[in-house]
Design a binder for this molecule. Sequence first.
Ligand SMILES: Cc1ncc(COP(=O)(O)O)c(C=O)c1O
Length: 390
Amino acid sequence: MKPLSTTVQSVPPSPTTMMMQRGRELRMAGKDVVNLAGGEPDFDTPQHIIEAGIRAIEAGDTHYPPAFGTPALLDAIVNKLKRENNVHHITPAQIMVTPGAKWALFAALAALLDPGDDVMILDPSWVSYAPMILLHRGNPARVPLSGKDHFRVTADLLEQYVTPRTKALMVNSPNNPTGRVLTRAEIDAIVYVALQHDLYVISDEIYEHIIYDDHVHYSLAAEPGMAERTIIVNGFSKAYAMTGWRLGWMAGPEPIVKLARVYQTHSAQSAASFTMAAGVAALNGPQECVKEMVAVYDQRRRMVLDAFEEIPGIECPPVEGAFYVFPRFTQTRKSSLEITQALIDEALVVGTPGSAFGPAGEGHVRFSIAERTQDLEKMLERMAKVVPTL
Ligand SMILES: Cc1ncc(COP(=O)(O)O)c(C=O)c1O
């Protein structure tokens, strides 16, 4: 037989699959497993959004939709960008609605990369960034951020990893997995490096609404000089608890979006027709539902962080946004994979090893707090017993 794709084979299988499988086996054996490895709201989609989707189906909106988004959804995104992000330059021709933000990231990379191009990603970063770059035959260039320095981004650090082949930088704030929100100074550093080295920036803003205390989300596309080089990626999964609807979008410079549109029409084609009607209801409708969900995440965040303070052997960086905690295990020589395995076996708690997010995540384990409060309480009780024995 002829060999299979070396490109796809260059992508390592997900280290989280093994953990999830172990958790499933224990659950099937009747064990009370707490699974915090996922990344989706435990809430159902708000009712007014569901109803808009149902109304669209009943009205016959079950045919191929406009491939890049209905006019109503494109308008809603244009207005949202102005209202919430201080981004005023985007027209409907600069947007592509996608089946999930994940596909928007994928299509953005397709539009930007030639084989051998370098793309900088901040390490630790979301598990799919490096594989997506590899699948487009680019090189993920990991910029290691230090947990000891609160995963801080500086221009000096970024510049150490710029090469003549660096084409783009991927940024995610609020961040999965670290919970960090980029500060004003960090945004300035990214803008400086992007302008200085003529880089495109893919700004993944999917957690923008899930933000705590007085932290502020700055959209990179609103910064001076950044309109022509920033692709905003966003979606409905996290803020509106719509993971299963598969709806996201990109907004950026027209030449890039044009190429992404070519890519999409010959692959995914479009998002589903009636989900776009639900998306319009989400963006144009009342936003209290988002605030209510964030208030619950906030309570859980405080509960978990307070309890972690009392457990010897855990140090947890503050959580400023998104819905994950990313503690470091300080009194064990085990790798994050071994710690995660031990927590499954001994505490029946499933997390995601920090190393899944890159070498800089080593020593950490990620747990989602977008899970039922009683499950988080169980996790805390069990961790208090098991962590000191690791
Ligand atoms: C950082 C980040 N970006 C993008 C996505 C993808 O979201 P979607 O469900 O819209 O594809 C996720 C989902 O976990 C995420 O954590």
